[in-house]
Design a protein around this ligand. Structure first.
Ligand SMILES: *Cc1c(COP(=O)(O)O)cnc(C)c1O
Length: 403
């Protein structure tokens, strides 16, 4: 191996093992998932879909891709699946391209209130090709469903989009689906963050209500970095497949599709339900401990919550992200509902427990995480003391190479 790359890979392995990973969109994939990502499947060109390829020699590739489709359809109770999107963003691009015309109107939640870049941010392709109008959160941080209904009746959009990147509460897919269908809009759900919780039956499944569903496979679902599109409509899957290839992508990453199949296999096991239950328990325990320490946190029903660092510690989210990195804790700055700081500064951070729960942390450990962060940011311990506490806690968890 290139000695430089080998050195950097080792350093990254140590960083992941020695630190506490609290980024809500990250996780640690199993050895089997990682082995398939690095497998000989990367050697094969397979443009097209199982049974309809533009290259010969796809007999085994077809079996693998069909296995992924069969498993993911079963998990989410979907009639049809496309497992080829290279990422969550690509899955969304495919979903828009398949179901809308350029210039069509989409109602979504903005990035500043918990949506994703691909949900119409002005720096993203989505806002250049489609006309996004944002619905909003109430002051308590929950979706303003009544406001969404009113907006939908006024705007008559072609699509309503739900599913977010920094929303700590359960989403009422049935209610939003009813609103969308009452105005003749396509109802799209982007379940990138909560797919693992849905797979485990711990968050309502959007499939009975949505026309089209997209997801990543690497967040709570704990698979390789990638995307999927699901639907119950034969017409929509035909359009999705055309939009994927030849519309927007070339040859599928069959090594990643093999790893996705393994991820779906793992998510179908009883242990995965136990894992997802533990994520939610850990997230609640940590958020409650912050509240107990008189810090300002959102509520949480899922794998993440928001910590108001400005009110709690007099520090911006940006500053806290940097300070915590120095003691081996990884988080991301995040806008809070109605934040008056810029997106590069923010008034808070997002904390998630999908990754540390994979390493076997329990509620006591999750509370300890809150105490370490709180005492460091309130200057009750030195940086060296906090770093020692982090190393000790991280050292008590599973090694990432053995997962
Ligand atoms: C993470 C995320 C995506 C994009 O996933 P990438 O794989 O990073 O492109 C899309 N939508 C939502 C809601 C997300 O949280």
């Amino acid at each position: 191996m290139d000695p430089k790359i080998k050195e950097y890979l080792l350093a990254e392995t140590n960083r992941q093992n020695d630190g506490l990973e609290l980024i809500a969109s990250e996780n640690f994939a199993s050895k089997e998932v990682r082995a398939l990502c690095g497998s000989i499947l990367t050697n094969k060109y397979a443009e097209g879909f199982p049974g309809h390829r533009y290259y010969g020699g796809c007999i085994n590739i077809d079996l693998i891709e069909n296995r992924a489709i069969e498993l993911v359809s079963k998990i989410f109770d979907a009639k049809y699946a496309n497992v080829q999107p290279h990422s969550g963003s690509q899955a969304n691009m495919i979903a828009y391209y398949a179901t809308l015309n350029p210039g069509d109107k989409i109602l979504s939640l903005g990035l500043d209130e918990g949506g994703h870049l691909t949900h119409g941010s002005k720096v993203n392709f989505s806002s250049k090709y489609y006309n996004f109008i944002h619905y909003h959160l109430l002051d308590d941080g929950h979706i303003d469903y009544a406001g969404l209904l009113k907006l939908a009746q006024e705007e008559k959009p072609q699509m309503i989009l739900a599913g977010f990147s920094a929303y700590p509460y359960t989403i009422d897919f049935e209610k939003i689906g009813d609103i969308a269908h009452s105005v003749g809009a396509v109802f799209m759900v982007d379940m990138a963050h909560i797919a693992g919780l849905i797979a485990a039956g711990l968050h309502p499944n959007p499939l009975p209500f949505a026309d089209i569903v997209t997801s990543t496979t690497h967040k709570t679902l704990r698979g390789p970095r990638g995307g999927i599109v699901l639907t119950n409509s034969e017409q929509i899957i035909a359009k999705v497949n055309k939009a994927t290839f030849p519309g927007l992508q070339g040859g599928p990453l069959e090594n990643i599709i093999g790893a996705k199949a393994q991820c779906f296999f793992e998510a179908s096991q009883p242990e995965f339900k136990e894992y997802a239950r533990q994520i939610i328990a850990n997230t609640k325990a940590c958020a409650n401990e912050f509240a107990h320490l008189r810090d300002v946190v959102s509520g949480t029903d899922n794998h993440l919550f928001l910590l108001n660092t400005k009110v709690s510690f007099g520090l911006t989210g940006d500053k806290v992200e940097k300070m915590l990195e120095e003691i081996g804790i990884t988080v991301n700055k995040n806008m809070l509902p109605h934040d008056d700081e810029r997106p590069t500064v923010t008034s808070g951070i997002r904390i998630g427990f999908a990754a540390l729960s994979t390493r076997g942390i329990n509620e006591d450990g999750a509370k300890e995480v809150a105490r370490i962060i709180d005492s460091f940011l309130k200057n009750k311990v030195t940086k060296e003391e906090a770093l020692t506490q982090v190393k000790e806690l991280a050292g008590s968890l599973k090694n990432i190479a053995e997962l």
